[in-house]
Design a protein around this ligand. Sequence first.
Ligand SMILES: Nc1nc2c(ncn2[C@@H]2O[C@H](COP(=O)(O)OP(=O)(O)OP(=O)(O)O)[C@@H](O)[C@H]2O)c(=O)[nH]1
Ligand SMILES: [Mg+2]
Length: 323
Amino acid sequence: MLLTDQHPHNKHITVALLGKPNAGKSTLINYLLGFDLSIVSSKPQTTRNHFHCNFTVDRTEVVLVDTPGVHSSGQELNVRMNGQAIFGSEGVDLNLLLIDCTKDVVSECKNFIKEFKSELTKTWVVFTKADRVENIEQKDFNGFFEKIKEMIPACEKYFVISGKEGTNVHLLTGEICDQAQPGPHLYPDGAVSNKNERFFASEYIREQAFNALKDELPYELAVVVDEYYDAQNKPGQKVDTKISATILVNRPSQRAIVVGAKGSVIKEIGTNARKKIEDMVGNKVHLNLHVKVSPKWFKNNYVLDEIGLPRTQHSKRVWRKRS
Ligand SMILES: Nc1nc2c(ncn2[C@@H]2O[C@H](COP(=O)(O)OP(=O)(O)OP(=O)(O)O)[C@@H](O)[C@H]2O)c(=O)[nH]1
Ligand SMILES: [Mg+2]
């Protein structure tokens, strides 16, 4: 629905951030927004859904699309995550292809294209994590870019940035805003995303589970919000936000790890997630977490739909069993 009463000088641009897992997409988005909206972790495959993250400079609305890192795996969960990256870049005005410059950037790009399985339109390459490279001036980014351009002719230019420290991010922001076209804003002033607080609550629980748990377990874990009651702040009736959520794991042994000795791990996840959700909603939150074994949830159509991952054209037949 088009917002009415728009300022005649409004401009707009939609930009998808694409790349391999762990390239720094969500970190750059949070830096541009000025606060931590999208979840970040040192483990790859943190982001699972595509979603909008918006900011405005003067009268220019920039809608950034965060996407999952594109990777190779036959698992239905991963096929749908790759699908989210493709859906996220459909119809955008500009793609930013983020490549971690501490890695072999040309092979990273080759691997990305192999799995992305869709044609890229107007694209800028963003080499990330510049702060982690010693003697960066000796790196031949012009040469890397030329090789990448041979693989993706839609690439127009490149930037070398640090999304963590903000190096050169202003150059990128300036050029993005220059590309914005006169037109209406998609969102009302102050709306930061197309996803609601319920979605971000489940993300913050999963982020804290990623932080608290080691090794492969985070990939075999999903979070479903069962109940979400907004706070009521009417005169004489003050009720806090109440959230009840389930952490799904694949095996009984994983349940024991997530719960921890005397419930220590689930308590840590709950306390840290609650603080982040309280910062988001701006009031006290009661968070009730459960852990449930849902064997092979990552192949279960109901669970994948529930966590916002619809089928893609590359999807296989998946379990129909209700979890
Ligand atoms: N030193 C440094 N670390 C960075 C930078 N950008 C991201 N990181 C780190 O790299 C890791 C992955 O960052 P994310 O932002 O989650 O990467 P992503 O591309 O969103 O990853 P997925 O969601 O898994 O696709 C985190 O530990 C970040 O702190 C950077 O510019 N410099
Ligand atoms: Mg991410």
